[in-house]
Design a protein around this ligand. Structure first.
Ligand code: FES
Ligand code: FES
Length: 165
């Protein structure tokens, strides 16, 4: 019996189909399909670099088998927005200097997106907890936390200083 099957899923709104053996992770499969914006770090669930949204929930794609994504909807950092139509988190990461080498940024923004969906007005501790599964070697985290605060304020319709817009 073959241990390969055809996987059908939606990535950033587009249908994607590929053949995957049962042991292939979603991270491996999607990067192979060209979604290299999903970063590969530890491959064991420690760094969060590979995070994507599956059916709106953040997951580590290195811990998810491609077979488990069959029939599901995946969103990567590119699905959140682009240059002409950036997500507030993408914009805030640029504006605050929260992205240095940028390797952790896709996973950080995916985790932050999930956090702000659950909690639009997070405290600093909430943000730290929400991003606790994501590691950064560059920033010391201060600017990342600031970026999430800035984006959250913008999404609530407030200015960066917290005043009503
Ligand atoms: S590469 Fe998936 S958690 Fe590190
Ligand atoms: S910006 Fe370099 S690892 Fe986070």
């Amino acid at each position: 019996m073959s241990n390969e099957k055809i996987i059908n899923l939606t990535v950033n709104g587009a249908s994607v189909q590929f053949i995957a053996p049962s042991h292939r992770t979603l991270l491996e499969a999607l990067r192979h399909e060209g979604f290299v914006e999903i970063k590969c770090g530890c491959e064991k669930g420690d760094c969060g670099a590979c995070a994507v949204l599956m059916d709106g929930e953040p997951i580590d794609s290195c811990l998810t088998l491609a077979w488990h994504a069959d029939g599901h909807e995946v969103v990567t950092i590119k699905g959140l927005g682009d240059k002409g139509n950036a997500d507030p988190l993408q914009k805030a990461f640029i504006d605050t200097g929260a992205s240095q080498c940028g390797y952790c940024t896709p996973g950080m923004i995916i985790a932050a997106k999930a956090l702000l969906k659950e909690n639009p007005d997070p405290s600093l501790d909430d943000i730290k907890r929400g991003l606790s599964g994501n590691l950064c070697r560059c920033t010391g985290y201060t600017r990342i936390f600031e970026a999430v605060e800035v984006a959250a304020a913008e999404m609530r319709g407030e200015t960066q200083e917290g005043e009503a817009a």
